[in-house]
Design a protein around this ligand. Sequence first.
Ligand code: PMP
Length: 275
Amino acid sequence: MHQIKAVFNGNFDYIENIKISPFSRAYTFSDSVYEVIPFHNKKSISYEKHIDRLQRSADALSISLDIKKVSDEINQLLSSLDFDNGYVYYQVTRGQDLIRSHMHSDQLETETFGYITQCSFETKKFNVMICEDTRWCRCDIKSTSLLANVMNMNNAKLQNCDEIIMHKQGTLTEGGASNLFFIKDKNVCTPALSNNILPGITRSILIDALQEKNIKVIEDNFNYLELKTATSAWLTSSTKGIAPIENIVNIDNSLSIDDPLFVSCKEIFESKFFS
Ligand code: PMP
């Protein structure tokens, strides 16, 4: 079995040797934030943007964080690579409490955990299901509290879907683990950032890359029924890159993965993402 290299509270070891207390607040309350930092040909992608977002997520929950130490550990994982493509997962937890209490002690030591693993970045076509966004109102924080995503994505799996597209009372938000783009009336559209959406790094790379090529991206509130007349739609994330949606199983649609504007967007994105 391939051994996964990891780091827990500053100690580097293989993952099976790491011991975590059941009183870790990651375990009892999901009181943690995390990042997924992709690398391609041994080179990290948008490293600074990921580190900045980790800091912002920790700040939002008032979890103290030594970002220089975190960055050194991530770099040490990256320098120990024996494969070309993959990602570093890094989680920051408020710490271990002596008793399980919603109100945490003021003397906690932040707990950190990271590991490095392989990922192919092969483009895969997705079948998706639309569902109500049942998550909390701070989805802009990259927290490990992902139960609504887990429930909705596993319901979608029963319908042979790979992902979901969520809407809050009709307004599109994002995928279960990705951001959403679609083409309507020859315009590239994506839900506008809000507390209900994770500001995806891949989303921002794509928007910047398209704007450099004078392709306008409309960031706005859209009703999910607008996907019925979209000509193409796709999801973005650090591990999926751009993943075209082949079919939305629970609404009528005529999405095409050969839409010429989508094909250009994908080419523009890939030349930037993997550069
Ligand atoms: N939204 C959600 C809910 C996600 O989990 C992810 C993946 N972490 C994304 C969007 C995409 O973010 P990124 O492009 O930074 O990977």
